[in-house]
Design a protein around this ligand. Structure first.
Ligand SMILES: [Zn+2]
Length: 293
């Protein structure tokens, strides 16, 4: 453990005080990057809402678009339930067709949701990541950053106020980037996970049967190993589907372990994190150094 601490490059964060988290992503399975954090927060008493901005019609195994949309929605409900989230709000914009959405309109919807649910925490893809090849990720992450900024101002979307809502400033933001979808981003904090949170993260993704690895993946892997005279004893006697689930769990544990090393702990998730002091850099340090009780 001492060696790990010496190698640590990311500070460990704590779960911030609050009651409500709003996770806003384009797709049904995008919770994967934040899943451990969501599981930790809901276990700590947070109420979680998942916003799926697209209809996910293009994501699935060769089905009709309408079927994909419906199945992926149902699997989002099941997957996020594993993480303690109670409600999924689907905006149903067309998947992979987002250049035609006026950014203004998407932003207005998100401002409305922020004012409606009054989250203490918003999470999503990092709008300042170094490019993401997925066009939906780019569009939605920008709209999320814009909406968080504008939701606090009473002069923005005054019709919301006339409808009884209030401006809302979101104190805590956790952003994530898929490193294999571009050049990644620069996380500034890590959240420690325990074994159970890692297991729930894997289980949440596993609920997405329409897109996740399945039995044929495990079958072909085992066949390739057998061709080389190799076997994985832990998978012996298991059905292909269960073997695929174990392989997925191991890959999630391995990734969480690699990320944990950056913070000197066994398992972690890294984020680009902004807190309630983000608009007044240095003020917290000043208060900590000068306050008199
Ligand atoms: Zn996605």
């Amino acid at each position: 453990m001492k060696t790990l601490w010496l190698l640590a490059s990311l500070a460990l964060g704590e779960i911030p005080p609050g009651k409500v988290l709003l996770a806003i992503y384009p797709h049904h399975d995008d919770h994967n990057g934040h899943a451990g954090l969501i599981a930790r927060m809901t276990a700590a008493g947070y109420t979680g809402y998942y916003v799926r901005v697209s209809n996910d019609e293009k994501d699935g195994r060769g089905r009709q678009w309408a079927a994909n949309s419906m199945i992926n929605y149902q699997e989002t409900v099941a997957g996020t339930r594993e993480l303690g989230i109670g409600e999924v709000i689907s905006l149903d914009w067309r998947n992979d067709h987002m250049d035609s959405i006026p950014l203004q309109e998407l932003r207005a919807q998100l401002v409305l949701l922020i004012r409606r649910y009054k989250p203490d925490v918003v999470m999503g893809h990092d709008p300042w990541a170094h490019y993401d090849r997925n066009p939906d990720h780019r569009k939605v992450s920008r709209a999320v950053a814009d909406a968080v900024y504008l939701a606090a101002y009473s002069a923005a979307y005054p019709e919301h106020l006339q409808a009884g809502l209030q401006p809302h400033r979101v104190p805590y933001l956790y952003f994530k980037a898929r490193t294999e979808y571009g050049k990644g981003h620069e996380p500034n904090i890590a959240i420690e996970l325990n074994q159970e949170q890692v297991r729930r993260k894997a289980a949440a993704f596993w609920a997405h049967k329409n897109v996740r690895p399945d039995a044929p993946v495990a079958r072909s892997l085992r066949q390739r190993l057998e061709a080389q005279g190799l076997t994985i004893p832990e998978l012996g006697g298991l059905e292909d589907e269960e073997a695929a689930r174990r392989l997925h769990l191991w890959s999630v544990e391995r990734a969480a372990g690699e990320q944990g090393k950056q913070a000197g702990v066994k398992y972690a998730e890294p984020f680009y994190y902004l807190d309630e002091w983000r608009d007044v850099p240095g003020l917290r340090d000043y208060i900590a150094g000068n306050i008199r009780r």
